[in-house]
Design a protein around this ligand. Sequence first.
Ligand code: SF4
Ligand code: SF4
Length: 82
Amino acid sequence: MDDLKDMDKAISRIEVALKKGEKRNPRQVDPETCTGCNMCLQTGCPAISLTPEGKARIDAVVCNGCPICQQVCKAGAIHEAT
Ligand code: SF4
Ligand code: SF4
């Protein structure tokens, strides 16, 4: 239940960031660390998708660097793009 509440808050923050037009450095996924748990996908962020191997992938053009997905990723697989 707490996870669902946290996810609702995360989604609201993404929506606020998108409305404000905020743009920070995009995030990227380390496929070696990603467990494919889908938590980042459940934020509903349009920049995140799954690879055929079941790992998360972030489209750097769409990502505004908000960085909600990084905060929900318990595996620590999401980092600021270098
Ligand atoms: S939350 Fe992290 S571990 Fe889970 S799918 Fe996304 S990047 Fe991978
Ligand atoms: S930081 Fe993550 S949640 Fe935020 S826009 Fe980029 S991919 Fe989406």
